[in-house]
Design a protein around this ligand. Structure first.
Ligand code: G3I
Length: 366
């Protein structure tokens, strides 16, 4: 009898421990607040590293293709599409019971040549229609939301002079959202951009979104990319922007969150990848690992940011990290190439960092 009681007690401990471990996941902890997403690269989509594949399946419930759904990759020539990797992403999401956020339909960067060769509004509109119908149409009903237009506003609030604006004028913006609504009627449609906490840009985005709304096009949300730093932008700046965008009657998503811990050459903000800097020892101080004091600062920064997100969880639909572990991050090569950065919440060995624990601790306090 005694051995049976001991065995039962052991099983209870194992189950409860397992329960605690499964409760450890970010997606589970925040499931009543907002989606917890990550950007996936080719190797992650193909589950090349089984340890990281298990982490992705456990910790995140929304996937964004870091690159494979950009026009230059998925639609490199007018009559040629590459769906293999995007199809694999959707298959992985289905397997893991995760959602997919589509990134991105209309973007001036990584733009296929044939788009840039269109010289009349009619030709470019037709190319946009074909691209959006084919890509958004293929994944219609399986995509929780789309970045319909990405990075169309400059930091000073003016509209970016992209191929789209130069050939079609502002009309391309409403057209993109109308085409996306037709191709995937049930998906939420977002405008996505970086440096979204600066006043001039925020006002420019608000002007643009109001015009899209006035055109009768469906726009459901605004994505703030969240390529931030240890000190900037301030929590107040972020909150001001969340409130200002939500006041338009749209959802807010934090779409590409990472916190740069390295010295910032020329105070480069956001993600304008044309801004480059040379790699120097001064700009790359942590080649042998992140000092404990910086690790602690990063954990506090992430906790402060997530406390703000929880405060406004009624406005926030999703928080997506721009990468899984520090080694995967684009910030190792921007604005200076070949640096050792530590912007995410899992380390290069896929171990949870203090930042992961600090974000999770917020939910335990509830
Ligand atoms: O796949 C090719 C490979 O075949 C080739 O050998 C290699 C050599 O250059 O390039 C590889 O493509 C690179 C791709 O990442 C995949 O690694 C591109 O050159 C490189 O430009 C691309 O960088 C991506 C960048 O967007 C530009 O598309 C970053 O990974 C990605 O993190 C970054 O993400 C953007 C968001 O989409 C929009 N918001 C800003 C954010 C950061 O720039």
């Amino acid at each position: 009898m005694k051995s049976r009681l001991l065995l039962a007690a052991a099983i209870v401990c194992i189950i409860s421990a397992a329960g605690n471990i499964s409760a450890q996941s970010l997606a589970k902890a925040y499931e009543k607040d907002f989606l917890i997403g990550t950007a996936l690269n080719n190797n992650q989509i193909l589950e090349k590293d089984p340890v990281q594949a298990a982490l992705i399946a456990k910790e995140f419930n929304c996937y964004t293709a870091e690159n494979v759904m950009k026009s230059q990759v998925i639609h490199p020539e007018e009559d040629k599409y590459n769906f293999e990797m995007a199809d694999a992403l959707y298959a992985l999401a289905k397997k893991n019971n995760a959602k997919v956020h589509g990134h991105t339909l209309i973007w001036h960067s990584q733009l296929s040549r044939f788009f840039r060769d269109k010289k009349t509004p009619e030709e470019l509109a037709a190319a946009m229609e074909s691209h959006i119908n084919t890509v958004a149409g293929r994944y219609a009903g399986k995509t929780v939301s789309w970045d319909v237009v990405n990075e169309a506003v400059e930091d000073d609030g003016s509209l970016r002079k992209s191929t789209f604006l130069n050939v079609m004028g502002e009309d391309y913006l409403a057209l993109a959202f109308k085409l996306a609504a037709k191709a995937d009627p049930n998906a939420e449609l977002y405008y996505n951009d970086y440096s979204m906490t600066g006043k001039p840009k925020r006002e420019g985005v608000i002007r643009m979104v109001k015009k899209i709304q006035e055109s009768g096009a469906k726009i459901d949300g605004i994505g703030m990319q969240g390529h931030w730093h240890l000190e900037t932008p301030t929590i107040e700046d972020i909150e001001t922007s969340i409130l200002a965008y939500a006041a338009l009657g749209v959802k807010v998503a934090i779409t590409e969150l990472d916190i740069d811990v390295l010295p910032n050459p020329r105070n480069v903000q956001g993600a304008d990848i044309s801004q480059r800097a040379e790699n120097t020892t001064e700009l790359n101080p942590y080649v042998n690992g992140l000092p404990a004091d910086v690790e602690a600062k990063l954990a506090k920064r992430y906790q402060d940011i997530f406390a703000l997100f929880l405060k406004h969880k009624d406005k926030i639909s999703r928080v997506t990290f721009w990468g899984v572990n520090d080694g995967d991050s684009w910030k190792n090569n921007f604005p200076a190439r070949g640096r050792s950065n530590y912007p995410l919440i899992f380390d290069r060995e896929n171990k949870p960092k203090e930042a992961y624990k600090s974000i999770l601790a917020l939910k335990k306090k509830k």
